[in-house]
Structures are given as structure tokens and as C-alpha cells.
Design a protein around this ligand. Sequence first.
Ligand code: NDP
Length: 274
Amino acid sequence: MKHLTDGTVLNNGVVMPWFGLGTFKAAGAEVANAVTTALELGYRSIDTAAVYGNEEEVGESIAASGVERDSLFVTTKVWNTDQGYDTTLRAFDTSCKKLGLDVIDLYLIHWPGADKYKDTWRALERLAEEGRVRAIGVSNFQIHHLEELRKESGVVPAVNQVELHPRFIQKELHDYCVRHGIQIEAWAPLMKGRLQDNELLQGIAQAHGKTVSQVILRWELQNKIVIIPKSVTPSRIKENSEIFDFELTQDEVNAISGLDAGERIGTDPDKLLF
Ligand code: NDP
């Protein structure tokens, strides 16, 4: 992990950058500019989702950037109301069209929902077989969802994208994913900016001449977690990417992990049943 474009090898051999840009709650010109800025700064991974309503802008900025398609890694996700076999295949086509891409690098089931995720997963398997996606995975899956999927399918998700930050380190789920060859990816890696006043993080940041956000993101990288911090602010997009030139000590990593309080800021996947 020495460079912005360094990646983790997923369980099917595809390489995914450790670091990318999140785009939740960013729309219109704001998201278009954020993607443009990020690509200019050397970001090569962008995370979007059908439900964010910004796939068109993300796709337009990618096309305008002139960055070679092969060096980009684009993730999008099937939304809950499109779950099911045929509906997922249709939703995938719509996402590709909006993004202006023939192939998606990583396609995720956005939330497990109630009972359709096994059919949705079969659709993702088909898309992978047809070469329309390079890797398939899930998001917000708990251990019991992953176990259910394991009973049904021989294809192990390449990635599980879940809420993860120093206040919610998801140790049990993370360990499970490591054991089963599933790359863990953090959403809300900055806890949406809510850890800026934390004294431990401020002290460590000062010791390294870095910011609190940079320390959090570095802690995630050193824990082998893929990160996609979201920002539409050019100075922060730059700040968040400058984390490959310092290293936290093991004591610092452990101290930050000690901030865990089991504190979820997003929805509990077992309670989002549609
Ligand atoms: P983040 O933890 O990435 O935080 C984003 C917030 O932090 C924004 O308000 C941003 O402000 C602010 N911020 C960014 N950088 C800094 C900085 N250096 N200093 C201070 N504040 C900063 O939360 P997200 O929820 O956006 O998660 C990241 C991405 O994960 C999403 O954008 C999305 O792509 C994905 N995601 C996936 C979910 C899922 O269910 N699979 C759920 C939620 C998110 P500003 O933009 O104004 O600069």
C-alpha cells in the first residue's frame, strides 16, 4: 500500500484499489466535479449505486476524464426494489446505460433485504459468467446472510461493503470475511466526519503531521480494509488521498481500534426488510 492505485487481489483474481471515492448524497454538478477532481488527483476507483441517482454524472465525468477504462474501477449496486432474478438483470442494464459502460468492475447487492437476495445473487452470477461484471459482491450482509448464501451457491462474494469506522469496527464480521476470502470494504469510513474532535485521533494526527481524517483512513488501510471516503470538497478530496506516505505504529493502530463502541450510524441490515 504505497500508492493511491495499489490494490487488493479479490478472490477471483481481479485487483481492486484499496482506495476510492464515495458518492452517496452527491448529485448533479457537485458529483460531476468531485469525480473530475478525484480522477485528476489520481483516484482510480469510484463507488456509486443506482439509488444515489448520480450514475449518469459519474459516467459523464469518467468519459470526459480521458483516463483509460482499463485503469479504472467502477462499483455500482442493485437497489432493494430491483431485487430478484429478472429485475436485477434489467437494473444492471439500466446502470450500465447510465454510466456509459459495457462492463462494471464490481456489482453489489446493496442490502440483503428480506428474502430475495438468493435470486439476486443468481443474476449476479450470470452477469459474471457473461463477462459483464469483473467481480460480484454484497453490501450490508451480516454473517447469517453470508452463511445462507454459502448454502446456495459455490460463488463466494468478492467483497462485502459495510459500515465500518473506529466507533464500529465490526470485528466478528471482519474476521469472518477474512476467513472466507471476502474483502471487507468500509462505507462511512470517516464516520461521516463525526470523529474530528476525538482527542486520541487528534494526538496521533499531530504526532504524524496529518489530519484526523488521514489518520482514520490510514488505520483502515493498515487493517486491510478497502475505503471509499466521500467528499465533494476539492481540498478534502486531496487530503483524503494523502495517506500513502506515513505509517501508524501497531500501538496507534490498536489504540484506534480501542475506540470501538459498537456504534452504528446507519441502518441495521436486519431491520431494512424491503
Ligand atoms: P464518509 O465517512 O465518507 O463521510 C462523508 C462526509 O465526511 C461528508 O459529509 C464529507 O463532506 C465529510 N468529509 C470528507 N472528507 C473529509 C475530511 N477530510 N475532513 C472532514 N470531513 C470530511 O461517509 P459516506 O456515508 O459518504 O460513506 C462513503 C461512501 O460509502 C459513500 O459516499 C458511498 O459511496 C458508500 N456508502 C455505501 C452504503 C451502502 O449501504 N453500501 C451506505 C453509505 C455509504 P463534504 O462532501 O462536504 O466534503
